[in-house]
Design a protein around this ligand. Structure first.
Ligand code: GLN
Length: 310
């Protein structure tokens, strides 16, 4: 069997093994997400030579939700640099849920850019340009990671905007405690729109592969961010990307990763591959149940754990 056939075969086997899992439920606090098909399940892998492998529902579009966070963090780091971004958002694991009020009491600085509080600040740091509003800039940047233009699921956006008071409260709290002169209404609006950007598992695997490939999209060949920024983003994904499940994840899977409440999950093998899973039913940390199972199994079977010494 060729190496390519072996990858396709491994993804197919994982799909068959986890497709029948019935645990977890799609997120319901954003009403539109509760309508997702609980049986949808796709897996995708993109290699460093730009090969795309996939199985199941890997071409079904869904919203990025929190998977947007590492990429918007990458944009902030590219525009402002690590020191300036670090003044406003820390890089410490919070050990708390994604929507926790995880702010340093003295400064109002959020713990990290992967939890909602930190992501709202990261989004607020992105300046518009004379030609482009901040959100258009974010959308175009996300598209460069995916290798194609992405768009917004307006229904999911409207659904979150109608129910997102906790995120609004977080934004006001950050402004009240901190020094960041930002507009909470505009920041949360842009944050909701970036969460509602639509992509497929194949797109997401390409985005993860771009981080794994030192910031160069392996499919298009475009340099999206510097190798230094890609490494910084992967480091924060490794320590904070799975929220209060980050320690367990690094222990069992051993790869930088990010989950989202629509059921998307990405993981990156530096200099090796980008992986993505899509399956809406979630566990208590907001991680796709089938995605988690499939990635634990894949990591164990192929020895993908970064701390592994083969
Ligand atoms: N848009 C979602 C929220 O802010 C994203 C959360 C997530 O994917 N964990 O609640």
């Amino acid at each position: 069997m060729s190496a390519a056939d072996a990858v396709t075969d491994a993804l197919g086997q994982l799909h068959s093994r986890f497709a029948g899992v019935r645990e977890g439920l799609p997120a319901a606090y954003i009403p539109q997400l509760a309508r997702a098909d609980p049986d949808a399940f796709g897996l995708a892998l993109v290699s460093m030579d730009g090969h795309r492998y996939s199985t199941g529902d890997a071409d079904v579009p869904f919203t990025l939700q929190s998977i947007s966070k590492p990429f918007v963090y990458a944009l902030a780091l590219s525009v402002l640099g690590l020191d300036e971004v670090g003044r406003w958002v820390n890089a410490e694991p919070s050990g708390e849920a994604f929507n926790a009020i995880s702010l340093e009491p003295a400064t109002g600085r959020p713990d990290n850019a992967m939890v909602n509080a930190g992501a709202i600040v990261t989004t607020a740091l992105i300046p518009g340009t004379p030609d482009e509003a901040a959100f258009e800039r974010i959308l175009r940047f996300l598209g460069r990671f995916a290798g194609r233009e992405l768009d917004v699921d307006e229904e999911v956006y409207a659904s979150e905007a109608a129910t997102g008071d906790r995120n609004r409260a977080l934004a006001y709290l950050i402004r009240s405690a901190g020094l960041l002169p930002f507009d909470p209404v505009a920041a949360v609006e842009t944050y909701f729109r970036q969460c509602a950007v639509r992509a497929t598992a194949v797109d997401l695997a390409t985005m993860a592969a771009t981080l794994a490939h030192g910031g160069v999209n392996p499919v298009t060949g475009e340099t999206v961010v510097t190798a230094a920024v890609a490494a910084q983003v992967l480091a924060v994904m490794a320590t904070c990307g799975m929220y209060n499940g980050s320690g367990d994840w690094l222990l069992r899977v051993g790869l930088p990763a990010k989950s989202g409440v629509s059921g998307g999950l990405i993981a990156a093998g530096p200099a090796r591959f980008g992986l993505a899973a899509y399956s809406p039913p979630l566990d208590a940390t907001g991680t796709s149940v089938r995605g988690y199972g499939a990635l634990v199994a894949l990591s164990q079977r192929f020895g993908l754990h970064l701390m592994n010494n083969p």
